[in-house]
Ligand binder design. Structure first.
Ligand code: COA
Length: 155
C-alpha cells in the first residue's frame, strides 16, 4: 500500500538511503524539512506487512511537477514497487493539472532510466557535473495533460 510518509518512518528511510545512495544519502533532517517546511512536497511510502519497502518525494509547483527522490529497498527490486510508485506520482501530477513531470538521474543509473523510459520520460538535456562526485545527470521529462475540467488544484 502507498500512504503518506510520517515522522515515525524516518529511521527506516534513512537506513535505506544509506544502503541505496552510499555516497550521497539524504539525512533524516532533509526528509523532515520536506515534510514540514516544503509546501510543494508530497512524501509517500510503499508499505507491505508493516515494513517500508519504498519511498518517494515529489513536488507539485504550479503547472510543473518534479520527482525529487524515489527508492525501493534492494531486496524488493524487480517486484513492481518502483512502477507502482511511478503510477502514483504520474497520476497525482496529472490530477493536479501539471503540464510536465521532470527529474534528474545519474547517467550511470541504467535501471532507473529504464523505469523512467517505461513511463514515457525522454532525455531532455545533460546537466554536467550535477552530482557531488562529478557525475552528469540526465534531465528527463514527461509531458502531461495540463489543466482539465477534472483537475484538483485544491493544494
Ligand atoms: C530504480 C528503482 C526505484 C526501481 O525500482 P523497482 O521496484 O526495482 O522497479 P520495478 O520492479 O517496478 O521495475 C521497473 C522497471 O525497471 C527496469 N528494470 C527492472 N529490472 C532491471 C534490470 N535488472 N536492469 C535494468 N532495468 C531493469 C524495467 O524497465 C522495469 O520495468 P518492467 O519490469 O516492466 O520491464 C530501484 O532499483 C531503486 O530504488 N534503485 C536505487 C535508488 C535509485 O537509483 N533511485 C532513482 C534515483 S534517480
Amino acid at each position: 500500500m502507498i500512504r503518506p510518509m510520517t515522522k515515525e518512518d524516518l529511521p527506516a528511510i534513512a537506513a535505506m538511503e544509506m544502503e541505496l545512495f552510499p555516497g550521497s544519502p539524504w539525512p533524516q533532517a532533509e526528509f523532515l524539512y520536506e515534510m514540514e517546511e516544503n509546501p510543494f512536497a508530497h512524501l509517500d511510502v510503499y508499505e507491505e506487512n508493516g515494513e517500508i519497502l519504498g519511498y518517494m518525494d515529489w513536488w507539485v509547483t504550479y503547472e510543473q511537477a518534479q520527482l525529487a527522490n524515489i527508492a525501493v529497498a534492494r531486496k524488493a527490486w524487480g517486484r513492481g514497487i518502483g512502477s507502482a510508485m511511478m503510477d502514483h506520482c504520474v497520476s497525482g501530477a496529472e490530477k493536479a493539472g501539471c503540464e510536465m513531470l521532470s527529474l534528474e538521474v545519474r547517467v550511470s543509473n541504467e535501471r532507473a532510466i529504464a523505469l523512467y523510459e517505461k513511463y514515457g520520460f525522454i532525455k531532455a538535456a545533460v546537466r554536467r557535473h550535477y552530482y557531488e562526485n562529478g557525475e552528469d545527470a540526465h534531465l528527463m521529462i514527461k509531458p502531461l495533460g495540463g489543466l482539465t475540467d477534472d483537475s484538483d488544484i485544491s493544494d
